[in-house]
Design a protein around this ligand. Structure first.
Ligand SMILES: [Zn+2]
Length: 76
């Protein structure tokens, strides 16, 4: 049981490292949204026009990962 949870956590971290962002749930990756009023096209406000939203814990894992990488390369 513990092993299954551990495997799931490791799998999720690997996934978050490989794909730190996911498709924006609001505009579905279209980067624009249709306003209800007059159906105007506007840049998506949630992802600010990128079409991508950060995955849960993604930035945190990436920051940790790059900090470790940086420390490893930094030699006295
Ligand atoms: Zn969006």
């Amino acid at each position: 049981m513990v092993l299954a949870v551990l495997a799931a956590v490791i799998g999720y971290i690997v996934l978050a490292l490989a794909r730190p962002t996911r498709r924006c749930p609001r505009c579905k990756g279209e980067r624009v949204t249709l306003t209800r009023w007059r159906h105007r096209i506007r840049p998506c406000r949630r992802c600010s026009g990128t079409g991508r939203a950060p995955r849960l814990l993604g930035p945190l894992i990436h920051r940790t990962y790059w900090t470790i990488r940086h420390e490893r390369n930094h030699r006295p």
